[in-house]
Design a protein around this ligand. Structure first.
Ligand SMILES: Nc1nc2c(ncn2[C@@H]2O[C@H](COP(=O)(O)OP(=O)(O)OP(=O)(O)O)[C@@H](O)[C@H]2O)c(=O)[nH]1
Ligand SMILES: [Mg+2]
Length: 495
């Protein structure tokens, strides 16, 4: 009871003292400020203004420092930059990426292909659709002399082919046959999608009402903002009434998906193709013969001509924009791969340093490995690579938060390291120092990997989220890195 009272009186006295000091300080400061001000006012003007200017500069510098320290800066990651729409923008990005060491070949190839198409002034019409809807058959019907692969088994077209249709008023018109989407070879979908982006007009071929996947594909094609004709092939399989119902549904679908639901942009045709018929011979035997079905593609020809009459300039502008976007996507992909590669290099070299340090017994604990110079340097480098600009405080907070998890993971890391080292032939009893070095290396490696995952996902370093990611993935990452880190330590140990 007595003690409690003593503590309360002490606290009261301390508060009183603090107040007295604060009031004294305030009085002192006011007095000095007024003194200074009086002297300045009495002195020459130039000193007054000079003094005020210096004060202003100091205040601005202080505010700037506080903002820098407190507000998290965020540089947009390169991949998330707004999509370039003109040539100058994409060329600048390509140059920048190339000088940074990114492999820009795929993106450059797109621009070269575009330039060559621009030079010939050709118009490309791409037949796009699920497998076996009759894309190749339609091309064959439009150009009977074309050598087009057609098969009742889906997946007959496996590459991109261009067929010259006709040169209307000197313009070269090419029909592009692409692999059908939704086949077994998933990667062919991408081939087809890329070609659709390079064409001026897309003809989406279906053979009935749109399935959910087809609707998605149409939606994606509409987003390319180029003319799209919805072609319902194999209409010979439906009677007039059924056809009318289907056409109305397709029109509604197109409208729902945000397309122009003009009647001349949705056509029902029959490419013909071949059918197998059983024929009775004179001798009574039955044989299977292949017969050509008559084609009925008049409305498609009208729709295409209608679009072509609208003028090539607007077709070209829209095609160019789509190709620039495609090139930008390819560049972004290459940048992603480059970042991944660089990130691995950074992690590897930092991990090696951690292992070397541990072997030389310079870094005798996880705290020094994680929170010391190496941890800060790696975090800073990885953040820079992913376009994140964290404050020094964020880096420190992330490393401090990760520290306790790293400490807890040490026993597991030591066990994994011991096992990992034993897996190398010719290693008898492993020295304790080596196991420790590998264990520290593993923890460091895990830190780098989880950081890369966070930066990829969020584009910036949020200390809490990043440390949580590290905590959740640490065991997995420790296991994943063991071979590489063990080899690193053994090489180092030998040398
Ligand atoms: N009934 C009917 N069948 C057709 C029609 N057009 C094409 N076919 C048949 O549909 C099948 C597929 O034709 P393809 O032209 O190879 O189809 P595709 O879309 O090019 O197929 P992939 O290249 O594999 O994506 C063949 O058996 C054709 O005979 C048509 O108008 N009516
Ligand atoms: Mg085909």
């Amino acid at each position: 009871m007595k003690l409690d009272r003593f503590i309360r009186i002490s606290i009261g006295l301390i508060i009183l003292l603090v107040f007295i000091i604060a009031i004294a300080a305030l009085l002192f400061m006011t007095e000095s400020a007024l003194n200074v001000w009086d002297r300045l006012v009495q002195g020459p003007r130039i000193i007054l203004y000079g003094y005020l200017a210096v004060m202003a500069v100091l205040v601005i510098a202080a505010i700037w420092l506080v903002i820098r320290l407190v507000v998290r800066r965020k540089i947009e990651p390169v991949a998330a930059k707004k999509r370039p729409l003109d040539k100058a923008e994409i060329l600048t990005r390509l140059r920048e990426a190339e000088s940074a060491g990114v492999n820009t070949r795929a993106a450059q190839a797109e621009l070269r292909e575009l330039a060559s198409r621009q030079e010939t002034g050709s118009v490309h019409l791409c037949f796009f659709g699920e497998i076996s809807t009759g894309k190749s058959s339609l091309i064959k019907a439009l150009i009977p002399t074309a050598d087009v692969a057609i098969n009742s088994v889906g997946g007959s077209t496996i590459d991109i082919r261009h067929y010259r249709w006709h040169d209307k008023s000197g313009t070269q018109i090419l029909l592009t046959d692409v692999p059908g989407t939704g086949g077994v070879e998933g990667q062919l979908d991408e081939v087809a999608a890329e070609e659709a982006q390079r064409a001026q007009i897309v003809l989406f071929v279906c053979d009935g009402d749109l399935t959910r996947t087809e609707s998605k594909a149409v939606e994606w094609l509409l987003a390319l903002e180029k003319p799209l004709v919805l072609v319902m092939n194999k209409s010979d399989r439906y009677d007039r009434e059924e056809q009318a119902v289907l056409m109305q549904r397709l029109l509604d679908h197109l409208g729902d998906l945000g397309g122009e639901s003009a009647r001349d942009l949705v056509v029902a045709v029959s490419a013909g193709g071949e059918m197998e018929v059983i024929e009775k011979q004179a001798d009574g035997n039955e044989t299977v013969v292949r017969r050509k079905r008559p084609a009925d593609i008049g409305v498609l020809v009208v729709a295409i001509n209608h679009l072509l009459e609208a003028g090539q300039d607007s077709l070209d502008v829209r095609r160019d924009r789509a190709v620039f976007r495609l090139a930008a996507e390819k560049l972004a992909q290459a940048e992603g791969e480059y970042r991944q590669q660089r990130a691995e290099q950074i992690i590897r070299s930092s991990t090696r340093k951690a292992v070397v340090g541990a072997l030389a017994a310079i870094s005798p604990g996880t705290d020094i490995v994680i929170q010391g110079y190496l941890g800060t340097a790696m975090t800073r480098e990885l953040c820079k690579l992913f376009g994140a600009a964290p404050r020094d405080l964020d880096i420190e907070e992330f490393l401090t938060l990760s520290q306790s998890r790293a400490g807890k993971a040490l026993p597991l890391s030591l066990a994994v390291a011991g096992n990992g080292l034993k897996a190398f032939p010719g290693i008898g009893t492993v020295a304790g120092g080596l196991v420790h070095a590998v264990a520290y290396g593993l923890i460091f490696d895990a830190l780098g990997r989880s950081l890369v995952m966070t930066l990829k996902k969020h584009g910036q370093l949020d200390p809490g989220t990043a440390a949580k990611e590290f905590e959740e993935g640490i065991s997995e990452h420790i296991e994943a890195g063991v071979r590489q880190v063990a080899r690193m330590a053994l090489d180092q140990d030998k040398s």
